[in-house]
Design a protein around this ligand. Structure first.
Ligand SMILES: [Zn+2]
Ligand SMILES: [Zn+2]
Ligand SMILES: [Zn+2]
Length: 511
């Protein structure tokens, strides 16, 4: 795309000045075209660091970089540590991607490391994205970063036509109980008849079930945190995973008094069953974590789809990124609500990015594409802005929310995650740690806010129970100070080794 051309011209100038560059991409396997373009432009001066290198190959590359033999390093997040001499430029392509954050120890965000490293070496950082992270665009607006805008899509590809379907009227007016709206069904029939291909998209995070009114679209939210409450079968309760606020599930919708209020969640498997029932003649395949565990399965499905052996491909995030199939002219988003109602303050941003990305999969060839987004929240600005592919309109509304609710970029978060095989010990340790934190906080940092302890959204991973405590402050130094004080007095469950903990500064997800 146009961005890559800009990066390459900047690097060209830099090389003339005898300087070196690091180019970060979210995932090497998903960006073969970008890597290829760098390699063909700069030839042997480029080295590509990726996870498939053997230790020997990795060492060779490391030596080539260290000796100055290769002066352009392309790689995923850890390439930010490449021993480049004379660093002049760091490019972070698709800077909003969450894969730039390493989620286990050592936890770091490649963007933060890049900015620090550039500061130390007087290099320049270029962040590129069509949907920048709120944090970065906020800094650009405050003139902490310089904003450069590309006038239009350089490839001049036509934008797909995006239709938003109101699922409330499907049920109430059209008496349609299917997970497919009439519009989406008609669109699928139409493409099948023309032998064009279809992608049906569903958010992978179907595990968190929220409470939704199918008549009016009302979603139960926490009155403290404004995030969706999550359904727990135990005791038929709704729980806030930030602050542990709990409430029984209402039998009538508090908004419209209707009784179609229920927990909500659709899995890819259920979608596949229903597609097979509705379109028995079509060739259908599904791509998600369950169908791609065996080696090579991912490639095999994509290959078959490319060869047009599959009419309808059902999938999750895996198919949202980077794939380029010219014969796909219809993308259906089964439920935008699953992303919108993730119990995380970034759910609006995630939804906008996801829908924009998914929409980009349609109409990449000669025939123009169509996108159908199904939702119970057709008025939500994240969905409307995605429909218009209008980042600025999304940003203007989201940044106001963040400021009002004191979420990043207006505050900093730290997340303390506690995990243990015994649920009792994990809860006890979380509560004790919570009390210790609160006593120091009240005495030293009255402005700092402590949320929880509360069960993590992913309350159990691989037999480990997980609880978390969130610390929130406008000053990250206060957070560090408090953690230092409190962690000098760890709860006995932790010192005895029954419960482990991890601290995540500026988490990109609180799931
Ligand atoms: Zn809450
Ligand atoms: Zn209602
Ligand atoms: Zn839960």
């Amino acid at each position: 795309s146009g961005k890559t051309e800009v990066y390459m011209q900047a690097i060209g100038k830099l090389l003339d000045m005898g300087k070196c560059a690091i180019v970060l991409v979210p995932e090497i396997s998903l960006t073969p075209q970008t890597v290829f373009r760098f390699a063909s432009r700069f030839g042997k001066r480029v080295t590509v660091l990726h996870s498939k290198l053997t230790p020997g190959e990795r060492y060779d590359q490391w030596r080539r970089i260290k000796s100055g033999d290769a002066d352009i390093v392309v790689g995923a997040r850890s390439a930010i540590f490449a021993p480049v001499k004379n660093l002049g430029l760091i490019v972070i392509d698709e800077e909003h991607e969450t894969s730039y954050k390493q989620e286990d120890s050592p936890r770091y965000h490649a963007r933060d490391v890049a900015i620090k490293r550039a500061e130390l070496t007087n290099a320049v950082v270029v962040l590129g994205s069509a949907t920048p992270s709120l944090e970065s665009f906020y800094k650009a607006n405050r003139k902490e970063y310089r904003l450069l805008t590309l006038p239009q899509r350089v490839d001049n590809a036509k934008m797909p036509i995006v239709e938003v379907v109101d699922m409330r009227t499907e049920l109430m007016q059209k008496k349609n109980r299917s997970i497919f709206s009439k519009s989406l069904q008609t669109a699928i029939e139409d493409r099948l008849a023309r032998e064009e291909q279809i992608i049906l998209f569903l958010n992978r995070r179907g595990f968190s079930t929220f409470i939704l009114c199918r008549e009016c679209g009302y979603v139960a939210k926490c009155r403290n945190c404004d995030i969706s409450l999550t359904y727990h079968s135990r005791g038929e309760m709704m729980v806030c995973h930030h602050c542990n606020f709990r409430q029984p599930i209402p039998s009538l919708c508090p908004n419209c008094k209707g009784n179609y209020i229920k927990y909500f969640g659709v899995g890819t498997q259920r979608v596949e069953e229903e597609v097979r029932k509705l379109f028995p003649e079509a060739s259908i395949d599904r791509m998600d974590v369950d169908t791609t565990t065996s080696k090579g399965a991912y490639k095999r499905i994509l290959e078959a789809f490319k060869e047009r052996e599959i009419d309808i491909l059902i999938g999750t995030q895996m198919i949202a990124k980077g794939l380029d199939f010219p014969n796909v002219t219809l993308v259906g988003v089964i439920s935008a609500d699953t992303a919108l109602n993730l119990p995380d303050f970034r759910s609006g941003e995630r939804t906008f990015n996801l829908l924009t990305q998914v929409a980009g999969r349609s109409g990449r060839g000669q025939v123009s594409g169509e996108v159908v987004i199904q939702t119970y929240n057709p008025q939500h600005f994240s969905i409307l802005s995605a429909q218009d592919q209008d980042y600025r309109s999304f940003y203007r509304q989201e940044i106001v929310n963040r400021e009002m609710l004191l979420y990043p970029p207006f505050t900093h978060f730290a997340r303390i995650i506690l995990r243990g095989l015994s649920e009792e010990a994990t809860i006890k340790a979380s509560e004790t740690l919570g009390e210790i934190l609160r006593s120091y906080q009240e005495a030293n940092y009255p402005e700092l806010e402590i949320l929880g302890p509360a069960p993590a959204v992913l309350a159990r991973i691989k037999k480990y129970y997980r609880w978390n405590i969130l610390l929130k402050s406008t000053d990250p130094l206060e957070i560090r100070g408090l953690i230092k004080m409190a962690f000098a007095k760890l709860p006995s469950q932790i010192t005895k080794g029954e419960v482990a903990y991890a601290i995540d500064m500026d988490p990109i997800s609180v799931l």
